[in-house]
Ligand binder design. Structure first.
Ligand SMILES: *[C@@H]1O[C@H](CO)[C@@H](O)[C@H](O)[C@H]1NC(C)=O
Ligand SMILES: *[C@@H]1O[C@H](CO)[C@@H](O)[C@H](O)[C@H]1NC(C)=O
Length: 402
């Protein structure tokens, strides 16, 4: 018998927003931007799940780093130092890296997969420092637009329309009118990442069946589980405390981005026990552990939509001054003192078996004479969507209830 392996299609999407009111600071970046930024974003993720241990959560570590990167050229003093320290950037020179990273993620061969959009919305009449605007235009292909924030519904609608368009309709709203202050809002920064990947090896919809899933609260229930027999990179890893977990890599069509799944080996190991050990060097280490194995993989279809207020997790990792009216220093952003009134990220991820049929090149024919091992993702797991070349973590999430 043979199994045709086709494409599956998760799409992921995410928008981060920073709202600035009067009073503010600056951003900069350094070498290996992708990994450093991702490490910060992964620490932010850990802070977020600490307050939501039982929920599904999704975040774009890269998006968090991008927004801080956009603020950096406007910041000075302690505000700037906090951003630089968190991102582990040196004083200067990060932009070349950043530009290269964005280019790598959005090259032609990748274009259907990653779309990164950055927007800067300022109050009509507020003059932003020219070097700040040009740094963001040059390094983040940043869209700039002025809006009248005194009409909060119209201003919110304009930003939401832009985000909706940039995310191909997946995120239709990030800003509520009441997040804007008609008198004080000066600047809203938005970073959105849209990702739509086709599995290199697709799941056949007819193989998707309801199967048991064991959520962390212990009440087993049925979820649609996709299934395919194929060759995957699979490995066994363990935390420094000896907690064992499986790692499964599912590459996307273009081969430059993969989804990595970390699944505790023991039923009673919660995903929260693995999270503190996830950083870019751990992920890099996985690549050496993984070996190609033919298995039947059972993976739940899942979708997760999460909105994260970044203020408290960013403050927890040492980037707090930018949110404080009396501390923020965004001297190079505007002559008027500004601070960040709101930093939000919204991420939406859908993972399913769908994809195009135009994948003849990826069709594998497998002979299955003896029954291959089954790898069943039937309890809470962590996923990461990673750009292999730069180690950038575009998205990560924990799924407690698919
Ligand atoms: C939506 O996005 C497309 C592609 O980026 C662009 O050409 C178009 O002008 C945008 N439309 C609006 C209303 O912003
Ligand atoms: C990454 O995590 C591992 C495992 O917890 C730890 O040993 C290592 O020091 C961490 N690396 C960084 C750069 O934080």
């Amino acid at each position: 018998m043979f199994y045709g392996v086709r494409m599956g299609c998760p799409s992921v999407l995410c928008a981060s927003v920073i709202l600035a009111l009067c009073h503010w600071g600056v951003p900069s970046l350094a070498s290996t931007y992708g990994e450093r930024g991702s490490d910060l974003g992964m620490r932010v993720f850990q802070e977020v799940v600490r307050s939501r241990p039982q929920e599904n959560v999704a975040l774009s570590p890269h998006g968090v780093a991008s927004v801080l990167g956009m603020l950096l050229p406007g910041a000075d003093g302690e505000t700037r130092r906090q951003i630089l320290t968190a991102l582990r950037y040196k004083k200067s020179g990060p932009y070349k890296m950043l530009k290269r990273l964005h280019k790598g993620l959005t090259t032609k061969s990748n274009q259907d997969m990653v779309l990164i959009a950055n927007g800067l919305f300022s109050q009509e009449g507020v003059v932003l420092e020219e070097p700040f605007v040009s740094a963001n235009t040059a390094n983040f292909q940043c869209h700039s637009q002025s809006l009248d924030f005194s009409h909060t519904p119209a201003a919110a609608a304009a930003i939401n329309d832009w985000v909706k368009n940039q995310t191909k309709g997946m995120i239709s709203s990030v800003i509520e009118p009441d997040m804007l202050d008609p008198a004080l809002t000066r600047l809203v920064m938005v970073n959105s990442i849209f990702f739509k990947g086709l599995w290199k090896s697709r799941f056949l919809p007819e193989n998707t069946k309801l199967r048991n899933f064991n959520p962390s609260d212990g009440v087993m229930y049925k979820v649609p589980m996709m299934s395919q027999l194929s060759v995957f990179n699979i490995g066994h890893a363990s935390t420094p405390q000896g907690l064992k977990y499986k790692v499964i890599e599912l590459p996307y069509h273009g081969n430059s981005i993969s989804m990595l799944i970390a699944l505790p080996t023991e039923d009673n190991t919660p995903v929260s026990a693995l999270l503190p050990h996830l950083n870019t060097s751990t992920l890099q280490g996985w690549t050496k552990l993984l070996t190609q194995r033919k298995v039947r993989l059972l993976l739940p279809k899942f979708s997760v939509e999460a909105e994260v207020d970044l203020e408290s997790p960013l403050s927890a990792v040492g980037v707090g001054d930018m949110f404080r009216q009396n501390k923020a220093n965004f001297k190079y952003l505007s002559s008027e003192p500004l601070y960040v009134s709101k930093a939000l990220q919204k991420a939406k991820i859908q993972v399913n078996e769908d994809g195009t049929k135009a994948s003849a090149a990826t069709t594998a024919i497998l002979l299955a004479r003896s029954s291959p091992p089954w790898v069943i993702v039937d309890r809470p797991f962590i996923f990461l969507i990673r750009h292999s070349l730069t180690g950038t973590v575009l998205f990560m999430g924990q799924i407690n209830k698919p």
